[in-house]
Write a protein that binds this ligand. Structure first.
Ligand code: ADP
Ligand code: MG
Ligand code: MG
Length: 299
């Protein structure tokens, strides 16, 4: 089990003192789907960017913790502790990714001449290498025993996933996500439609197998067919690899396809209300002002 925990998170604009987040508390466990909803400007994207370590924001108070049970360390790590906790605010973005926190926008939007396949293999190997560094010293015996590569055995002894091995992983994931194999041969994001970019995000998450994925407005601008494809992919992340999902969305629509276990409403940089899936439907009927009235007692 893994758990991402935002504890009393306060953040402001780095260049200035405008406060945006004013005490966000939120926990997402692997295997759970949480919807983070709220009106425009309430601080949803800032929450995602702070988790990712975006330099535009300065955390002034609070923590972002990742708790990993021993089984989440991966088969490549054998250490004695039952659980470990990191405050990821102290870590570089790639270290956060190595600990199983996935944020799509940490990847460049477009790089010339790189195929999806190469990009994804590079991202996976970067994660594996970063994990080795993070867990180095956790078990000194690893060195002598020979580091076991993961998730599948390959010919490399340094844990890196080779080309042939990666093709197998990719084929399996693309089948799982019901994606056309032609996709992988295309160049990174070049000429991808909005919907295809969103599908790429889900594919990246499928390859990296994060403990928790933060998806910010992955539903925006999708037609109904693509929304269904992307939603099926998100459900597969949870069902096939136990990824916890923090689904940030302004609209209720995607929640018809990706049913959340928990729904949170953000207002003015705080979680103002939490509930089950019925809360999303209430929001669709009544809008966000109703929550504001309930929380602040004013119209
Ligand atoms: P949401 O995603 O819920 O629409 P955001 O997190 O994008 O909201 O923004 C929350 C508030 O913080 C908004 O008022 C926005 O204008 C402000 N804000 C966000 N990022 C910046 C920034 N880099 N500089 C100045 N203001 C910002
Ligand atoms: Mg500042
Ligand atoms: Mg936003």
């Amino acid at each position: 089990m893994a758990r991402l925990e935002l504890r009393n998170l306060h953040a402001e604009v780095a260049e200035g003192d405008e406060k945006i987040l004013e005490g966000v508390d939120l926990e997402v466990e692997s295997g759970e789907i949480h919807a983070l909803m709220g009106p425009n400007g309430s601080g949803k994207s800032t929450t995602a960017k702070v988790i990712a370590g975006h330099p535009a924001y300065e955390v002034t108070e609070g923590e972002v913790l990742i708790h990993l049970d021993a089984n989440e360390f991966g088969s490549d790590v054998d250490i004695d502790d039952d659980q470990r906790t990191w405050n990821i605010l102290e870590l570089e973005p790639n270290e956060r990714a190595a600990l199983g926190v996935f944020l799509a926008f940490q990847y460049p939007a477009e790089i010339e001449g790189v195929t999806m396949t190469n990009f994804l293999r590079t991202a996976l190997n970067a994660k594996i290498e970063e994990r080795e560094e993070l867990f180095e010293g956790a078990d000194e015996d690893d060195e002598e025993a020979g580091f076991e590569s993961s998730p599948m055995e390959g010919p490399q002894d340094d844990g890196e996933v080779g080309v042939a091995e990666f093709q197998e992983i990719l084929a399996e994931k693309m089948e799982q996500l019901d994606m056309d194999e032609k996709f992988a041969r295309r160049y990174l994001n070049a000429g991808f439609s909005g919907g295809e970019k969103k599908q790429n995000e889900v594919l990246q998450a499928a390859i990296l197998e994060p403990s928790v994925a933060v998806l910010d407005e992955i539903d925006s601008g999708l037609d109904i067919d693509r929304l269904q494809d992307v939603s099926n992919g998100i459900n597969a992340l949870r069902d096939e690899q136990g990824t916890g999902i923090l689904q940030i969305t302004h609209y209720q629509r995607i929640l018809d396809y990706v049913e959340p276990d928990h729904v949170h409403v953000m207002l003015d940089g705080k979680i103002a209300k939490s509930g089950g899936p019925e809360l999303a439907e209430e929001l669709e009927d009544k809008g966000y002002d109703w929550v504001r009235d309930e929380v602040y007692g004013t119209a």
